[in-house]
Ligand binder design. Structure first.
Ligand code: FAD
Length: 425
């Protein structure tokens, strides 16, 4: 291995060299770096946050069900036992794929023999007027904390001497798993924690509405699951409005394509994701969703030593399409890329990525989840799926402390309906 080195000239940015540079410490980045480090390969993981975040539980942070320390784990802790893995907490501001370099916010240029881009994805507002300025996206822990603080602020505002208990409106845009899970959790919060701890009229006067341009909720699931999710959400008090495109968002609500207006203090954006602009500016060709089209072995054709993984990539599904943006796809793509990078560095043979599809699941509310298991999509719903969801998510969480913390919080939450520890702004 060439190891690492650095050089700088007075007045110029510092340049450092690392064998393998991984941008992004999410599911894909951690998986590839851990596997490479186990093989003794020097690898540098760069992330703008000092933690790995478990995004599927972000909505529970937003609704104060779980704390940040239960869904995030310090990257340095994850890699502490891997002598050849190093972590840099820094924002990557530019990528040059041909040169295999990345530039950090402080101007440092990191150059590599193998560059792995695992930056995830970011909110896609589809050029909807006002969306970027007036909505709360729901894709990162920071987003979840911001939304949590806003909800508590609005509840406290209306439950004050001057607030007059005026009704509150919350609109969730997007009926995919993120929107459905959040809308369900907020509705449940109103019925339980808010009803118990705020003046009675507050919970009753707050409306939760879920709007989506499409004709079904939870699109990746089957028609039976679409119907189940809608029925359950409505039972919990969520107003579901399908076939409703959003024309504009202003500071006082949402205007739909048909001209109707929904007044709302809080608008949550769960309307879709796209690849980071850094990818489009890196010299790589981006395809559907602003993601990079990769070969079956996850390398980028025409760019020797550049891999793109997880949500940042369009990974061929072997049937002419791409695999979905899922944690399991990201993690497995990281494992496969580690094999191929090791092969590149040691003269071995790359292998194509083969996704092991264990199924998909989503939480609608307490005792009401949906799961479609395995590639044949065997369906379960209700309490059995709810229990399966809890077990699977504990198993997938990174870190023993996080797993124990989450189980403890769920026991307290589902048993006593207490969340006061996290309802602090
Ligand atoms: C709200 C929500 C719910 C979800 N629920 C599920 C679910 O139930 N099941 C499921 O399988 N999948 C779910 N997903 C999808 C899953 O979380 C993603 O597919 C997965 O996180 C993708 O992993 P990744 O490693 O590609 O990217 P990420 O996990 O997004 O990691 C990307 C990393 O890159 C870092 N980064 C980005 N830009 C920069 C930069 N410029 N400089 C430095 N670092 C940078 C980020 O900080 C982040 O740590 C959900 C996603 C969301 C947002």
């Amino acid at each position: 291995m060439a190891g690492s080195g650095s050089a700088s000239v007075a007045g110029m940015a510092k340049t450092v060299f690392r064998d393998v540079v991984v941008v992004g410490g999410g599911f894909a980045g951690v998986a590839v770096a851990q596997r490479l480090a186990r093989k003794g390969i020097e690898v540098l993981v760069i992330d703008k946050n000092n933690y790995h975040q478990f995004k599927p539980l972000n909505y529970q942070v937003a609704t104060a069900q779980l704390g940040v320390s239960e869904v995030a784990r310090p990257l340095r802790e994850i890699f502490q036992r891997h002598a050849s893995a190093h972590v840099a907490v820094a924002e990557v501001t530019a990528i040059d794929a041909a040169a295999k370099t990345v530039t950090l916010a402080d101007g440092t240029v990191v150059t590599s023999r193998v560059l792995v881009l695992a930056l995830g994805a970011e909110a896609n507002f589809f050029n909807t007027p006002g969306a970027e300025e007036h909505t709360f996206p729901m894709y990162t822990i920071a987003d979840a904390k911001r939304l949590s603080a806003k909800m508590i602020h609005e509840l406290d505002r209306v439950d004050s001497p001057a607030g007059m208990k005026e009704p509150l409106g919350l609109v969730v845009i997007g009926g995919g798993p993120t929107g459905v899970e959040l809308a369900g959790a907020v509705a449940e919060n109103l019925r339980t924690v808010v009803a118990a701890t705020y003046e009675g009229e507050i919970a009753k006067g707050t409306t939760v509405r879920l709007v989506d341009r499409g004709t079904a909720l939870l699109n990746p699931f089957s028609a039976k699951t679409h119907a189940y999710a809608k029925t359950q959400l409505e039972r919990m008090g969520v107003q579901v409005q399908l076939g409703a495109g959003v024309a504009e968002i202003t500071e006082d609500g949402v205007t739909l394509d048909d001209g109707s207006k929904i007044r709302a203090e809080i608008v949550v954006w769960a309307g879709g994701l796209k690849g980071s602009n850094l990818l489009a500016d890196s010299g790589l060709t981006v395809g559907r969703g602003g993601r990079v089209d990769v070969a079956a072995n996850l390398a980028v054709p025409g760019f020797e030593g550049v891999y793109v993984l997880g949500d940042a990539a369009n990974i061929p599904d072997g049937k002419g399409g791409s695999l979905p943006q899922l944690g399991s796809v990201a993690q497995q793509s990281g494992n496969c890329a580690a094999h191929n990078i090791h092969s590149d560095l040691t003269g071995g043979t790359r292998k194509p990525f083969s996704y092991l599809d264990k199924g998909i699941m989503a939480m609608v509310g307490r005792g009401a989840a949906v799961a479609e298991i395995g590639p044949k999509r065997r369906q379960i719903e209700g309490p059995a799926a709810f229990l399966a969801w809890l077990v699977v998510h504990v198993a997938l969480l990174s870190g023993t402390t996080q797993k124990i913390g989450a189980v403890g919080s769920w026991i307290v939450d589902y048993g006593s309906r207490q969340r006061s520890r996290r309802s602090l702004r």
